[in-house]
Design a binder for this molecule. Sequence first.
Ligand code: SAM
Length: 472
Amino acid sequence: MYDVISPHAHEFIDQGEVAATIAEADRLARDTGAIDAILAKAAEKKGLSHREASSLLACEDPETRQKIRDMAAKIKEDFYGRRIVMFAPLYLSNYCVNSCLYCPYHVKNREMPRKKLTQEEIAAETIALQDMGHKRLAIEAGEDPKNNPLEYILESIGTIYNVKHKNGSIRRVNVNIAATTVENYRRLHDAKIGTYILFQETYNPQSYGVLHPAGPKHDYAWHTEAMDRAMQGGIDDVGLGALFGLDSYRQEFTSLLMHAEHLESAMGVGPHTISMPRVKRASDINPDDFDNGIDDETFAHICACIRLAVPYTGMIISTRESEAVREKMLACGISQISGASRTSVGGYTAPREESEDSSQFDVSDRRSLDEVVDWLMGLGYIPSFCTACYREGRTGDRFMSLCKTGKIQDCCQPNALLTLKEYLEDYATPATREHGARLIEEELGRVPSDRVRDIARKRLAMIGEGKRDFRF
Ligand code: SAM
């Protein structure tokens, strides 16, 4: 048996266990009784082990796959309602000392103009994001101890939180920077970050070594054990992800769930989010150079199986994917999406054509935030700009236990409506505002408690009169 609470990556992502899981999954996927039993367990909404979920992933029968998707949609709705949390990335610096073969920031890429934002530029980008209506950001930077030291990241977080422009404010800053020390994670925690996000890229140690031939990121154990250190540093909410396309998706899937199980067992709480990125075209990067690309159907199936395995974990899809793919993924359990993203450094203030050659990857969904919000509402979702949980101290195991008991719904539904109302009042086009007003009225009727509904109604009226930032 592999050691789920070992602090060593090679033990908690034991390659023997990954291979045994996949072999067993191949066998069980053909055993209707076994699959029905796993589906019955998934319907209890308490999650699945990596072995059980990997067996569902191996099912090829279209009817079973459809059942999995339907159940994923239902589980998402039972825990998260029809809310979809909105965010945007903010790229601070593309200086990088690593050599990742899939990433245009790699140190040898001379085609990529290098840029690092000054604090004044960060304030200007933050204002541009606030003026779209964003309240939640994920900051991104390459790894470069000289150009992007932790002090720079901390100062940038302070700048972002301090910008108050018109009715705008950034209320949660998530951070996606390279693996670092417990002490540095403590400093990020003290700077009041939301989620610390770090994609594993690939969980296969051999491929990891080949794909990261040089630089600090070459160290598989240092990278894979980063979330343990982040949690030791006091960060409650961590976000996992594998970059699909680099290695076999079945191995990544199994390992990703083993990583989640490890965090739950060793640190007392599983990942807050799991992101679903696929390798995309970028400067000096051709996704066809990687042999493990997955089609949209497989991608959606992976998403649905993850949703069944970790019902309470947020799942994220970015603008790497097109409108059509995002729609498909939303129906398989996604709970957060980015909107109107620019993946270049300074991209929110520079004209698009000027900044695109420094993009981290090509954005497929290029719609404005207003278009994305209106589209989501048209699909029956409630775009939410809520950041209340983290600001009310509902993080880590506190958040998870509220989520597991379903109590989170009492806060989330009204908070989503309040923040959507703020968005509609301050940033939406007239057509979106009208669409949203109808949706809010309908949804108010679905708030479970009479008392909360009455308070929410009063607060919505106050937002209409210019008051802001209510939260349950
Ligand atoms: N420097 C940080 C690190 O070392 O993890 C992370 C910042 S990087 C800006 C964010 C993520 O973008 C990476 O973790 C990687 O998964 C993803 N990425 C890199 N190149 C990509 C590509 N060509 N297509 C899609 N995603 C890519």
